[in-house]
Write a protein that binds this ligand. Structure first.
Ligand SMILES: Cc1ncc(COP(=O)(O)O)c(C=O)c1O
Length: 405
């Protein structure tokens, strides 16, 4: 695939002062088709979908339905009604956590590298409902420890209810073997919820092939609009969840005494929706559907190899995770002894227009445990990034380290 040609589709990658944008694990850039779709909603059909039956309403209802079908097809859903539009992956994960019914002592397993969005809901349920959240430790190099996981499943026994893990870590880019994990979890009678925020934008994620039960993801990391996320779940499981936001759209009927819950996905989409966001989600997924996701993944690894080679031997710097870039996708997350990550990030932008992320990336628990309160400097590539951009990152960082170090 000629990824370079696709840069023309992104307004922020054309013209003057084009940055080397390497903060894609946080949020990706948007192609013109997504921006156009948002504009079209407000200028052509600014109505309410799902309820109003006039022309605006009908056009929006149809476009939202089309977007749901597109997203369902992209992820391998059996039925578009298994796709719930949410505000972000955090909302999706909370819908699962607070939508299931729990018994005291039910065990939930996560890894030790989770984003707060797949940690804090479980800590909250532990405090409020007495569930038992347990952390499966990774190997010293952050790779998934299958033996430790199997041991944790056996120890939990019939208390094991849910395995909730991020497919790819935003801390380090490391993927975990979801298919194998799911097999073990299912053998123990547990459900599997996957935080796909860092996998769905970068690789083929087919929910049937992975055999998982829930998938949460961020549309804003998939070339789509901010304030949009998604939740996929097996229909019969979604149908058992309580909604965490009840009101308009969430019921099929109500009387003064009783609410009759709507079927999924409407039950979980309470209140007037972000219609332009849903329609633009369709445009974003249409865009991604035309890409070869295996080639996207390979391209990111190629760029990460260049970043890794350029920074790995710099004094005081160490990459989180294995040195082999192919195990870290497009993410190069760097600990910098004695150098303040935020200052370095500002310098990278000011000196060379290189945009990266600095800090603890909402994985405070990992940094706390390992005693790296400074956080890390994280460069994350996407298909539109070039070799020149990642070289610029590595060369500028080298200069900064030699100047400040
Ligand atoms: C692995 C992971 N999980 C969850 C989230 C939260 O996503 P959102 O901002 O869409 O709620 C992120 C965001 O960076 C993430 O990287």
């Amino acid at each position: 695939m000629d990824f370079n040609k696709l840069r023309d589709d992104f307004p922020t990658l054309t013209g003057d002062n084009v940055p080397a944008y390497l903060d894609n694990a946080c949020v990706t850039l948007k192609p013109q088709s997504v921006i156009n779709t948002i504009h079209e909603y407000y200028t052509q059909t600014p109505g309410c979908g799902g309820r109003s039956v006039h022309r605006y309403g009908t056009a929006v209802s149809k476009a939202v339905r089309d977007a749901r079908v597109t997203l369902g097809t992209f992820l391998g859903a059996n039925d578009p009604n298994e796709i719930v539009f949410t505000r972000n992956a955090t909302h999706s994960l909370n819908q699962i956590a607070h939508g299931m019914s729990w018994n005291k002592g039910d065990v939930v397993l996560t890894t030790d590298r989770e984003h707060n969005s797949n940690l804090v809901p479980w800590l909250q349920l532990e405090q409020e409902q007495g569930i038992d959240h347990r952390v499966v430790k990774s190997h010293d190099n952050n790779m998934f420890d299958m033996e430790a996981f199997e041991e944790a499943c056996s120890q939990a026994g019939d208390k094991l209810r849910l395995v909730s893990m991020s497919h790819v870590g935003n801390l380090d880019g490391i993927s975990i073997p979801i298919k194998e994990i799911t097999k073990v979890a299912h053998d123990h009678g547990a459900l599997v919820s996957v935080d796909g925020a860092q996998s769905t934008p970068h690789m083929n994620v087919d929910v049937q092939n992975l055999d998982i039960d829930f998938l949460s993801f961020s549309i804003h990391k998939m070339c789509g609009p901010s304030g949009m996320g998604g939740l996929w779940g097996r229909y019969e499981l979604l149908d058992e969840l309580r909604t965490i936001q009840s009101g308009g759209q969430t019921v099929s009927a109500s009387t003064y005494d009783k609410a009759t819950w709507a079927k999924p996905p409407a039950r979980f989409e309470g209140g007037l929706g972000n219609f332009s966001g849903m329609m633009a989600t369709g445009a974003a997924i249409d865009y991604l559907s035309k890409l070869d996701m295996n080639a996207v993944h390979e391209h990111e690894i190629k760029l990460n190899r260049i970043m890794t080679a350029g920074v790995k031997d710099l004094p005081g710097l160490s990459i989180i995770g294995p040195e082999d870039a192919s195990k870290r996708g497009g993410i190069c997350s760097i600990l910098m002894e004695g150098l303040p990550a935020h200052d370095v990030a500002i310098l990278l932008d000011e000196a060379a227009g290189v945009m990266v992320r600095s800090g603890q990336h909402c994985v405070h628990s990992w940094f706390d445990h390992h005693g790296h309160q400074q956080g890390s400097l994280r460069a994350s590539a996407y298909f539109y990034n070039t070799e020149e951009e990642v070289k610029l990152f590595a060369d500028t960082l080298t200069e900064i380290v030699h100047t400040l170090g």
